[in-house]
Structure formats: structure tokens, C-alpha cells
Design a protein around this ligand. Sequence first.
Ligand SMILES: *Cc1c(COP(=O)(O)O)cnc(C)c1O
Length: 361
Amino acid sequence: MSQFDHKRLFLPGPVEVRREILEAQTAPMIGHRGGDFAGLFARLQGKLKRAFFTDSRVVVSGSSGSGLWEGAIRCGVRDGRKVLHLTGGAFSERWADVSRANGLQVDTLQVDWGRAHKPEMVAEALGKARYDAVCAVHNETSTGVTNPIQAIGEVVNQHDDTLFFVDTVSGFLGTELRVDDWGIDIALTSSQKAFALPPGIAFAAVSDRLLERAKTIRQRGYYFDLLTLEKSLLKNNTPSTPPIALMVAADVQMDAILEEGIEARWARHRAMRDATHKWALARGFGLYAQAGYRSDTVTTIENTLGIDVDAMADYMLNEAGFVMDKGYGAIKGKTIRLPHMGDVTMDMLNEVLCGLDAFMA
Ligand SMILES: *Cc1c(COP(=O)(O)O)cnc(C)c1O
């Protein structure tokens, strides 16, 4: 049995959160219009900019990541113009739905689930029509695919009027992302994936170009209006009451991440990915994602051995003390996701893999 006093999460969000981070949330509350809060905001701002590799700014949102999906498209796509969504998994398809729900004209560049988007495909699409923005998912958490964001960014950046929006919800702080170098206008993320914080706070690196675009759009919505967020940000503040306890936790977690080193953190994720691949292939499982584009933060295993996923999850919960994933969306049951992300260590990963071996024995 587990030495831990609770069942540990082995889910692709929310992920297991270290005790120190949970406890950071219990600091006495501060008011968000006072100097202590401005200090916290400024401190966190500096660390987040390093984490996103940006010199511009990182907005903090009291929401999950989905809210910033809406903020990006509302502030970036003009009336009567089109947005191109690169789809091929549960999350990229849902982001396109968000654009449709906001009344935008949406084109999709659909690939089969498990495949990556290639820069040539994007170049072709951009040659055929004009778009105000291209929306891509960095790490498609349902399929375990990482898209070649840097190469896609080079293509998008050849079109002056087309902004590049990236969902890096399950990539950020788990796999390489360089916002400024890769020409990204918004890189949005949630707290409960590789950042290894509790859910309820979201972050986005936002370019000057996107803010300039937003100024030309009259109806940007309210809660996720990037111009309102920017106005407060310049005063180290937020327009409405922020998730203060989560910001304190984020500040402490960023210290730990910078201490580990962002590149070292990426390398740790990659090593866990390799170990997971080795384990899965040795047991006769397939890997769902296309070779060459397999995620560093989550491995989606094809259930080629036909194991009973519900029985597996029950066994892991009761005998190994882990809450396991059972696949997501259209591929639930056919796939199992092993999320080696956040503060998961090789030791914890090995415990999970040993538990799975015991189940299958
Ligand atoms: C989890 C996830 C989301 C949704 O994020 P929320 O924080 O739940 O709103 C979006 N995109 C990707 C790639 C995800 O993994």
C-alpha cells in the first residue's frame, strides 16, 4: 500500500500538487488593492515572463484555461474576418467550438486524431484565404501529440495580418516553448497541468501586436478583455478580484521551478516520456501519437492488449493508491493516458508502471 495519506492523482489534469504548494494557499489573505498584493503581482510577473520566454507581459486570469481561449479570439479576430483553427483532438476541436459560439467565421484544418499539424499544411491554407488568426494547440492532451509550434509560427509570421494563437495548457513548463522566439501572439495555459498547481487560475503571454489588434475591435467581451487586463497589469493589479491564494501558490511554485531550471524541467519530462514509451512497447502496447510528435508530458497508449480499463483504474486506486485516467473523448477506453507531467518524478512514474504490471500479471 501507499505510504501516502491520500490517493495520488495520476491524471492529465488536475495533477498531483506537492504539500508545500497546497500549504502556500493557507497564508493569511491580503487585499488586492493594497501594496502587498502589488508586490506579489510584480514578483510573479517577473517569474512568469521567464517561464514563457517573453519580454512582453503575462496576464493572470481567475478562470481555467478555457476562458483565455475566448479572450484570445474575442480580442484578436475582427468583425467579418476569419479565424483558422488547427484541429485534430478533443481540445483543438473544442477551441474551434468556442470561436463558433462567439459568432466568428471559423475554418478548420483538420488532421486525423493522433497526427500532427505540419507547417506545409498551414502554408497551403494561408495561401488560399486570409485569416486574422491561426489557433493551434501545442500539446493535444487527448491524443498525446505535440505540434511543431516553432515551425508553424514561422509560416504564420510570413503573413503580416495573421496573428498566431497557441494553447499550451498541457505543454507549458513540461516541454519546450519560447513565446518571443517562436512568434507567438498569445500562449495561454492553465495551472493544473505541467505547472502542477491546483486548478482555478490561468495565464497567458500576450504580444504587443495582439493588444494593437484588440484596439481595433469594439466588442471584445468583458471578463477576458485583454486591454482591460493590460490596464490593470501596468499597475500590478487585476480588474476584478483575483485568486489570491492561487497566486501565492504560483509564486512559491515558480521559485521551485526556477530552482530546478526550466530547461532541466523539460529534460525531466522527456526522460519520463522515454521511460514510458519503453515500458509500453515492451509490453506490446501501441503508441497512439504519430512518431516524431509524441508528447513529453502525456503518453497516450493504444489499448492493443484489450485490458479492461475500468478494472485497471479500480485496481490502481485500491491497490496502488493512484487515480488513473481512462482515456478521453472519442478514444475513451481505446486508449490510456499516462501523464508524466508537473512534479511527477521518475520514482513516482515507476510506482505507477509497477502497479500496472501487477494488474496485468
Ligand atoms: C485541459 C486542457 C484544456 C482545458 O483547460 P481548462 O483549464 O480545463 O479550461 C485546454 N487545452 C488543453 C490542451 C488541455 O489539456
